[in-house]
Design a protein around this ligand. Structure first.
Ligand code: NDP
Length: 246
């Protein structure tokens, strides 16, 4: 019942970065995958082609997570295309950094709309299609637990909200056999946070494992949680940051 083989996964924000790695890893484990993205259609098409080359089915849907109707439609399309939905990965996120005094209402709203509200909306839509063994896996951030310096208050607040949400989801959907977990990456090499960016050296120096996270580090944990290994894991957060928060 919990094996990934033959199941359907929806991964939001999966045209590149952590989301693309999750989509590909779930496909390697045997899932058919629907992925959403904001604007990079060609990158999304590349991910679809890579999944199809693995012998799995994949569909890319342009759906801005800021648009609740688009998010709901993507979830419903995934269920309609593949006959149900088993795994939801809420990955799409925006990072707006800067001094609190300079944050506009638009910055604040965008951060919470994409990082938090879209997760709630996608989950509402997904649980209508899920049966026992369903998985709701949300990508948070290690800054939810420890903010390393100034400029990240709004982003950290949005990621902390996911932990509270997930604890509630565990109670609401546990009796139906559906789990909810937050996976919190630390600094991970993507377009949003490149391993050779201006702060990378300092980041590695303060990371006990002395390495920058790679997208596969996150994807493998998500696949573990999506499969039989995640059967008894719910209402909690798992931080994958090389010890950065320790
Ligand atoms: P990237 O910027 O590399 O990729 C972002 C992905 O999300 C792209 O596929 C992008 O689509 C999509 N996306 C962005 N905004 C939206 C939106 N409004 N609606 C739908 N899709 C959207 O990001 P990462 O892979 O680095 O980050 C993924 C998640 O991991 C985020 O939630 C982030 O907060 C979290 N995270 C990342 C860390 C890191 O160090 N990289 C650390 C901690 C957490 P498109 O290609 O069309 O733009």
């Amino acid at each position: 019942m919990d094996a990934i083989e033959g199941r359907t996964a929806l991964v939001t924000g999966a045209s590149r970065g952590i989301g693309a790695a999750i989509a590909l890893t779930l496909a390697r484990e045997g899932a058919n995958v629907v992925l959403t993205y904001a604007s990079t259609t060609s990158r999304a098409a590349d991910v679809v082609a890579q999944i199809e080359a693995l012998g799995r089915r994949a569909v890319a849907i342009q759906a801005d997570s800021g648009d609740p109707a688009a998010v709901t439609a993507a979830v419903d399309a995934a269920a309609a295309t593949f006959g149900g939905l088993d795994i939801l990965v809420n990955n799409a996120g925006v990072v707006v950094l800067g001094p609190l005094e300079k944050m506009t209402l638009a910055d604040i709203d965008r951060t919470f709309t994409v990082n938090v509200r879209a997760t709630i909306v996608a989950t509402q839509a997904a649980v209508r299609h899920m049966t026992s063994g369903g998985r709701i896996i949300t990508i948070g951030s290690n800054v939810a637990d420890r903010v390393p310096g100034p400029g990240g208050s709004i982003y950290a607040a949005s990621k902390s909200a996911l932990a509270g949400l997930t604890r509630g989801l565990a109670h609401e959907f546990g009796p139906r056999g559906i789990t909810a977990v937050v996976v919190q990456p630390g600094p991970t090499d993507t377009d949003a946070n490149p391993a050779h960016g201006p702060h990378a050296e300092q980041t590695i120096a303060r990371t006990p494992l002395r390495r920058y996270g790679q997208v596969d580090d996150i994807a493998k944990m998500v696949a573990f949680l999506a499969g039989p290994g995640g059967r008894h894991v719910t209402g909690t957060t798992i931080t994958l940051d090389g010890g950065f928060n320790a």
